[in-house]
Every structure is written in C-alpha cells, then in structure tokens.
Design a protein around this ligand. Structure first.
Ligand code: ADP
Ligand code: ASP
Ligand code: MG
Length: 406
C-alpha cells in the first residue's frame, strides 16, 4: 500500500459527468489499497473565464482580489468532487490551499510555495478519508489568499507528494507526454520514460504539460512523476532521474511554441554597454527575454534581435524605443506572428549532424529560419508563425519520430 497524489486537470473535471468519472477513478484506486490525496484544477476553461470577467470589470485588477477570484475556480471543483465521492461511499473532505497548509510568499498571481504544513491533510488520510485539495493556491505570510500562477495545480500536487512522501500522478486529457503535441501531429508517440533534464528542456521550449515549475520541484525533491490519461488506465509517461542504462534518444521531442514575439533593434553602434542597457531595462520591467541574436557588425554598426512573451510585446517595444536614440540606434521593429520550433534530446550531445538535418529539412520545405539558438540538448529555430505546425510535422518525421503503426 502506498500514498498517491492524483491531480486532475481542467478538462478532466470539465462537466458533471467527468467529475463523476474522476470520483470513480479515485474510488477504484482506493479499492486497490492505496491511500489517495486528490488535487483539482478549475473546471474546463473557468480560469480563463474568471480572468476575462476581471478584465471586463476593472482596469487595475489588484493582485489580492485577482487571487481571491481565480482560486474560487479550484475551490468549486473540490467541493463538487467531494460530493461525487460521498455518493460512491468514499469519505472525502475538500480543502482550500490555505487549509491544506500551503504557505506562500506575497507575490500575487505568481506566488511561490515557502512551506507545506500538511498535517491536516495527513490526519484526513490517516482517518481513512480522501482529502481533495484546491490546486494552484495558498495563503501568504500576510494571511492573504494567493494564486500560484497558470499551471500551478501541477506544482501543488508535486509539493503535496513531497510533503506526504508519496508518488505524484498528473492526469490530463492525453495519455502522457508525447514526442510532439498529438493534437497537431496525430502520429506523435507517447514517451514512456524521460529524464528530468530532458523534460525541463521540453518545458522551457514550450511544452505545456507538465508545468515547468512542477518538474523543477520534482527534480529538486526527487518526487517521481507520472503523467497519464484521466480517461483510461493505460500507463503514461514516467519522469524520473536519469538511470545509467537509460536510452538517450537523439531527439526525444519537437515542440512548437507560438507564444513569443520578436523585436529587432536596428543600426546599433557596436560598443560596450549597449546590450547591457537594453536588457537591464527589460529585466527591470519584469520581461523574460528568451532568444537573443546579435549580428556581426559592419562599419561598427550591428542589429540585435530578441524574443519576449507576446503579452510583454507592447511594454518591451516601448522600453526599447525609449532607449533607441539614447544608444544611437536607427529604429525598432517588431513581429508578433513568429513561432519557435525546438528539438530536444539528450543524445544530441554525442551525435553530430542534428543541426544540419534540421536546417536541411526546413530548407527542403521552403521554411525560412529567422533566428537560431542552442543548448547542449536543444536546437531552436524561429520561423514565421503560420509555418509552425508544418515545421513541427516535417521535423518530427525527419527524425524518425512518427508512429507508423497509426
Ligand atoms: P491540464 O489541464 O490537464 O493541466 P493542459 O491543457 O495544460 O492540461 O495540457 C494538456 C495539453 O497539452 C494536451 O491536450 C495537448 O494537446 C498539449 N500538449 C502539447 N504538447 C504536448 C506534448 N508534447 N505531450 C503531451 N501534451 C502536449
Ligand atoms: N486552473 C489554473 C490554470 O488553468 C491552475 C491549473 O490548472 O494548474 O492555470
Ligand atoms: Mg493546466
């Protein structure tokens, strides 16, 4: 008998029927002899709807009130799931993040967990009950309700598994982590086992599942993570520490990410301190810059291009334009419709020719590369936004990842 934390994402609890199915899944796990702790997300698209509602009511949207509003979605789901569990004869208690002992910092909309005091949840488990905890929430050191940010329920589940010394299962609407988004490339394969390092690199490249912070937490605290389908009992993807015999695929996954935009600062004098000024100003405004490319200078003049999250584009353009004349640049242009296509694989480290194959494949399909960046186990190319899905599809196929039995 073990303890398992089962987290169900928004689609898994999207409507009353699915909530009853999740209750059935929990009841069966319990019959198998395991102790179960459940974490739930808000139903369906409720988080998006609450965010939209706030934007219709207010321009300022104070963080404290936003967190109170958004966490209500998860809270609703906990109570409904407990009711469905009671109907199946499973004793269950709902808990807010605060009741479950999630102490966070005071950073509204993106709070970090400081400590998990899981005694109440532990007592419920010991009493033979199923605690159902609202994901992505806690209480700050100022005693205000806090939201852990988008995808924060995955982090709640991992942190609870660590506090209770259990295994963490993340249930979602696909049966694990795939070689690429199975909704874009239907012949994508499920990855059975992947190392934390590769998974983190896939998350950083834009893979939405599991949430990156959850994977980081799991790696630091050595919590085994299992991503699987809420609708079937088939095994999913295990994210684990790298074992000595673990096969190092040359390419494990191909990820398309259309969530960034590109800014180019043209005609910049090639002298010390220019890049420092620009990127310090962006950092001070809280903008997370991703790729940066600077050209070789001609007659002491160069261009700098970089990518930022699309939602930060207006702020970033304003900051860069504000600095342009100060640093003697010619002007600023931006492109909101770009996509980043990345290949991730630990085997790349020891396998030459991966970059060449990427460039040849894109060229053969008439896809122009606007920027390139690499890490030891990743190659990313920026392409035009409308070519993203095609670029992912042809690269997936070129690296032999297509599941030909489908
Ligand atoms: P949840 O609501 O359960 O937390 P998300 O909606 O955040 O789940 O993420 C699941 C979705 O992620 C899937 O429906 C799938 O389309 C998408 N996805 C994109 N890339 C991948 C990938 N490489 N492997 C698995 N899912 C992926
Ligand atoms: N419901 C929140 C979101 O959609 C938190 C989560 O599900 O992880 O981001
Ligand atoms: Mg989610």
């Amino acid at each position: 008998m073990g303890l398992v934390v089962q987290k169900f994402g928004g689609t898994s609890v999207a409507d009353p029927e699915r909530i009853r199915e999740v209750a059935d899944h929990v009841a069966r796990t319990r019959r198998r002899g395991d102790q179960v702790v459940v974490v739930v997300s808000a139903m369906g698209k409720e988080t998006d709807e609450l965010l939209h509602l706030a934007s219709q009511v207010s321009k300022t949207r104070p963080g404290r009130e936003m967190d109170m509003l958004i966490t209500a979605g998860e809270r609703k789901a906990t109570a409904l799931l407990c009711m469905a569990l009671h109907d199946l004869g499973v004793p269950a208690d709902s808990f807010t993040g605060s009741q479950a002992g999630f102490i966070t910092d005071t950073n509204h909309m993106n709070a970090k967990i400081v400590e998990v005091r899981a005694e109440r949840v532990r007592e419920a488990v010991d009493a033979g009950r199923v605690p159902v905890v609202g994901g992505a929430q806690g209480v700050s050191s100022n005693r205000d309700v806090t939201f852990l940010g988008r995808g924060g329920s995955d982090t709640t589940a991992v942190a609870l598994a660590e506090a209770l010394d259990g295994v963490c299962e993340l249930y979602t609407d696909v049966s694990g982590v795939f070689t690429t988004d199975p909704r874009v490339v239907p012949v994508a394969r499920r990855i059975n086992r992947i190392s934390f390092d590769e998974m983190l690199e896939m998350c950083a490249a834009g893979c939405p599942k599991p949430a990156m912070r959850a994977v980081e937490f799991a790696r630091t605290h050595r919590v085994p993570l299992h991503v699987r389908s809420a609708f079937t009992w088939e095994p999913g993807t295990w994210i684990i520490e790298e074992e000595p015999d673990m096969e190092q695929a040359i390419v494990s996954g191909v990820i398309g990410d259309a969530s960034e935009a590109k800014i180019t600062l043209a005609g910049v004098p090639d002298q010390p301190g220019v890049a420092a000024k620009v990127f310090r100003a962006l950092a001070s405004a809280g903008v997370n810059v991703d790729m940066i490319v600077q050209n070789v200078s001609e007659a002491g003049i160069t261009d700098i291009s970089f990518t930022v999250p699309s939602e930060d584009l207006p702020t970033s353009v304003a900051i860069t334009e504000g600095l342009a004349s100060d640093i003697g640049a010619n002007g600023v242009t931006s492109d909101a419709s770009i996509a980043k296509v990345s290949l991730v694989g630990a085997g790349m480290k020891s396998h030459p020719g991966v970059a060449a194959t990427v460039f040849e494949t894109l060229a053969a399909n008439d896809i122009n590369i606007e920027m390139i960046s690499t890490s030891a186990i990743r190659i990313s190319c920026v392409v035009a936004g409308e070519q993203c899905d095609r670029a992912v599809t042809v690269l997936h196929s070129a690296f032999g990842l297509d599941d030909l039995t489908r």
